[in-house]
Design a protein around this ligand. Sequence first.
Ligand code: F6P
Length: 331
Amino acid sequence: MNSKLKPKKLNRIAVLCSGGDSPGMNCAIRAVVRTAVGHGLKVYGIQKGYAGLLENNIRELFASSVGNILQHGGTVLQTSRSTEFRTPEGRKKAAAILKKHKIDALVVIGGDGSYNGAMALHKEHNISVMGIPGTIDNDISGTDYTIGFDTAVFNAVEAVDKIRDTANSHARTFIVEVMGRKSPAIALKVGICTGAENVVLPTEKINFKKIAGDIDRGIKRGKTSSIIIAAEGEVSGIGYTIQKNLKEKFKVDAHVCILGHIQRGGNPTPTDRLIASQMGSQAVSSLIDGHIAGATVFLNGKVSISPLIDCLRKKNEFDVSEVELLTALSI
Ligand code: F6P
């Protein structure tokens, strides 16, 4: 399905963030606003995502409204996960509010859930939508990158380096739980970048015997610590399950550290700032070009535009060669 029709005159666009915040969202908002203003469009910011849209929490934004925000994590527009917007009635109400404000197109910065909402709004109410992938999980299909991933990995790597210092000093094993729900992306990259002995991915069955064996082998060859990086899965706390199994089945003592939301905060890295700025600008020029249901994507090192429908699926696959690399280097 092509997301492009013949260009239609755009006058007003709106932008919102939805789902978990991710560092770099502010850069994308700034780029959307300034590109739109630069093309003579009126641009509106919707506060608190789809929930805010349903509360008519909308205000006009100007070039000056987005000054001094690109270096900050989080989102100045705030975000939410709205259950009401998941219903056809909720979307009908949202569409009426957008129409009342004469908004021709909605830019949605978020993950796959936010994209599904945008697609439904487009199909049911013929409102033009444009997705910008914003989630630390890097798990949206059709794009190699989602805004916030690099910063989240950076934050986690910094934390694990600190844990390694104390683990070495006490000759300890640590299980460090990272974010990413069912996405293996953060765990795998953090594992490679911190020299972890093992990575537990949400897509794989946990092999406790192998983990215990690797720890033992490491101790025998003189390692002074072991780090296991575990992706949290659907609910945080997998670290404690691993700890319990290692203790009960293999008499291995391990400490657990759940990094949690510190991974999602803090100043975005230059990579996130750059890609978010490019995507924000691309989103607006694509709407002006006539795309009615698109999403910005990062493929082969470049930002481009794709039909939104190609990006609706959650992507949980990973590169097996990265697991092989981690295994080969942690002997
Ligand atoms: O989807 C982004 C994400 O940060 C996941 O990595 C994590 O599992 C989830 O959000 C946490 O959600 P919340 O902030 O609502 O607890």
